[in-house]
Write a protein that binds this ligand. Structure first.
Ligand code: APR
Ligand code: PHB
Length: 394
């Protein structure tokens, strides 16, 4: 087998990269460990920045999104029992789009199948070779047969636990990491959202988040222990705890309903530098992880592959590798700013076991400041709707 770009992983990063390459006339093969059903039903975050929606439109995969997604002009912070709305639209001229990550994945899979580009599910024993030479190769098993895929470039889009990043020789990458002493217990519920906009709540018992997927499906989260046992959280305990943490002196009724899905997600900040080793390019969660406060994970994956697709197209069109060489630096500049924002939102809103009453008062003062000063609100809003991607002229 031979292709131009071998893409390892069919998450939003790998699938969107394949799509953007197709639109530039570049061939790719996407290799995925799991089944189509699995990747299309994996519940993740669901807030898209304006720029992410623009890129999905440019990739011609936004028709359903345009019909079904929810447009939000503001976001709500709740603390000390009070509710404060940040008017994203008035502050920045932009809002955010609420559309589940797995819906983006479904749209990208449908587009890939329609264009007849190869997408191999349930491959195993994926190994990458030769990316420090001019002839990289991916070896894997598909339907019981050993395969060798020769290519010009390898895109490591295989998530945080993938094989691409660890395949580089020692010293090729430097990693930076912070693991948080808590996790999020998330539920997807068949219940109309109790609020029109997303609510981030900082409570003395811990953080809670109310989000949604559609007029009939809610997505909610509770801060919990990193090793939380889901068996200790029957549905009624989850609803009770959510009601306590989301309560408001202005009155708030949490609408409960059947829980469709439950999970515990760890919280981590992680960056790999650089994101390139020879002809191997890392993108998305394979290169960096943000804690979910602010919902930046998929947005970062999308901006990475947008830069990468553009650089590969430039390389095939002109024979020049300058944009590929600049890929890492262009992405990392934005990634670090988004890392800072995600870390800051996490720090401001969560309960930390080593915090003393001084730290809690300081957190509440910070929340008060960021919901009452126009300058501070604007800082939050411009980061929440998404910082611009600064691209070199092509
Ligand atoms: N071979 C092939 N595929 C693999 C391998 C492997 N060895 N290891 C992992 N994968 C697949 C996973 O099964 C997954 O489908 O790579 C894909 C990576 O997808 P994601 O984890 O969704 O990562 P990414 O595409 O970078 O998207 C980032 O996902 O985790 C969320 O919050 C994150 O929203 C962000 C987004
Ligand atoms: C979600 O809808 O799943 C969501 C929303 C906002 C976040 C994280 C997740 O910050």
């Amino acid at each position: 087998m031979r292709t131009q770009v071998a893409i390892v992983g069919a998450g939003p990063a790998g699938l969107l990269l394949g799509r953007l390459l197709r639109l530039s006339g570049i061939d790719s093969i996407v290799l995925e460990l799991h089944s189509r059903e699995y990747i299309e039903n994996r519940v993740r975050a669901g807030v898209l920045e304006h720029q992410t929606v623009d890129i999905l439109e440019e990739a011609q995969v936004a028709d359903r999104l345009k019909r079904e997604a929810l447009q939000h002009h503001g976001v709500v912070l709740r603390f000390n029992g009070h509710t404060h709305r940040i008017d994203l639209q008035a502050l920045t001229g932009r809002g955010v789009t609420v559309y589940g990550q797995q819906e983006v994945v479904k749209d990208l899979v449908a587009a890939r199948l329609a264009s007849a580009d190869p997408l191999l599910f349930e491959v195993s024993d994926v190994a990458i070779h030769g990316f420090e030479s001019d002839s990289p190769e991916v070896r894997f098993h598909s339907e019981g047969e050993a395969q060798r895929l020769r290519c010009d470039f390898i895109a490591g889009c295989d998530g945080f636990h993938g094989i691409c990043r660890p395949s580089a020789p020692a010293g090729a990458f430097t990693t930076f990491e912070r693991v948080y002493p808590f996790a999020w217990l998330g539920i997807l519920a068949e219940a109309p959202p109790s609020s029109e906009e997303i609510i981030y709540a900082s409570h003395d018992r811990g953080f809670a988040l109310l989000s949604m997927r559609s007029p009939t499906v809610s997505r909610l989260y509770l801060q919990c222990a990193p090793d939380e046992d889901l068996a200790r959280w029957p549905d009624n305990r989850i609803w009770q705890e959510l009601a306590t943490r989301l309560a408001s002196d202005e009155g708030f009724d949490l609408i409960a309903g059947p829980v469709l899905q439950k999970n515990v997600a760890p919280m981590r900040s992680f960056v790999t530098e650089p994101m390139q080793c020879g002809r191997l390019f890392l993108a998305g969660d394979a290169a960096h992880i943000v804690p979910p406060t602010g919902a930046k994970g998929m947005n970062l994956a999308v901006s990475d592959v947008y830069v990468l697709a553009r650089a590969l197209a430039h390389r095939y069109r002109t024979g020049r590798s300058d944009q590929l060489e600049a890929y890492s630096a262009i992405c990392l500049r934005r990634i670090w700013k988004v890392q800072r924002f995600s870390w800051w939102m996490t720090s401001m809103l969560h309960k930390f076991d080593d915090h003393n009453p001084f730290d809690r008062r300081r957190q509440l003062a910070e929340l008060d400041y960021f919901t009452s000063s126009r300058a501070a609100e604007l800082t939050l809003a411009e980061n929440y709707v998404g910082l611009p991607l600064e691209l070199p002229a092509s």
